[in-house]
Design a protein around this ligand. Structure first.
Ligand SMILES: CC(C)(COP(=O)(O)OP(=O)(O)OC[C@H]1O[C@@H](n2cnc3c(N)ncnc32)[C@H](O)[C@@H]1OP(=O)(O)O)[C@@H](O)C(=O)NCCC(=O)NCCS
Length: 189
């Protein structure tokens, strides 16, 4: 079933609801390898860092304005040779799962990252048994790129890191023009 919802850029006013959605994922799921939910101050700091670096950060809300989920791109790894690659993150409120919110959010993050010129998107999925996240990424064109077994320990068990990857735009078929780098973390020398 597809519910009616809309996507907008995240604003500071969304931080409390984002903090609550992420806290549920940290406490009850394996997507995040954090063990203690960050407070709103820390979530605001992370949001501002993502935006300052030039990555998209968006929310989905229903007709009443309630936040259903959020998604963003961020640096895959911070060493500058990784600068054309991004990592995606998407979190949906427990009551809104299975209605197409995650797929719509992630599709928009992919579109924005492609339009701005990034070349690869990487997903690092917590747990080989995390069917929802693996299925979501498969549905949007990500391919399995490997599994790092037992790299996490949470909820009393070992967790694999499942790597999935999707080219953006030209991917690796052309060389990037350093002058068009879309982020702000790195500047061409
Ligand atoms: C993973 C998550 C974002 C999916 O969001 P969602 O809104 O529930 O997913 P959608 O309804 O948009 O489903 C999109 C696709 O994902 C797959 N999918 C979703 N839930 C699934 C499940 N429980 N089992 C298998 N596949 C599933 C399906 O392929 C689905 O496409 P379809 O509806 O065309 O079959 C959501 O479950 C979530 O927030 N989980 C906790 C946080 C997390 O794991 N985030 C991802 C890591 S960055």
């Amino acid at each position: 079933m597809t519910a009616s919802f809309s996507l907008t850029d995240t604003t500071d006013a969304d931080i409390p609801a984002i903090t609550a959605i992420y806290a549920d994922a940290v406490l009850n799921g394996t997507a995040s390898f954090e063990l203690d939910p960050p407070d709103a101050t820390e979530m605001r700091r992370r949001f501002n860092a993502v935006r300052r670096a030039g990555y998209p950060h968006i929310v989905a809300r229903d007709g009443s304005g309630a936040l259903l989920g959020y998604a963003y791109a961020s640096s895959y790894r911070t060493r500058p040779a990784y600068r054309w690659s991004v990592e995606d993150s998407v979190y949906v409120a427990p009551s809104a799962k299975g209605r197409g919110v995650g797929k719509t959010l992630l599709a928009e993050i992919i579109a924005r990252c492609e339009a701005s010129g990034f070349r690869q998107m990487v997903a690092i999925i917590g747990g080989s048994e995390h069917a929802a996240s693996i299925g979501l990424h498969e549905a949007l064109g990500f391919a399995h790129a490997g599994t790092l077994p037992a790299t996490g320990f949470k909820h009393g068990r070992w967790l694999d890191s499942v790597l999935m990857q999707r080219p953006l735009g030209d991917g690796a078929s052309t060389l990037p023009d350093p002058g068009t780098y879309p982020g702000t973390l790195y500047r061409p020398a």
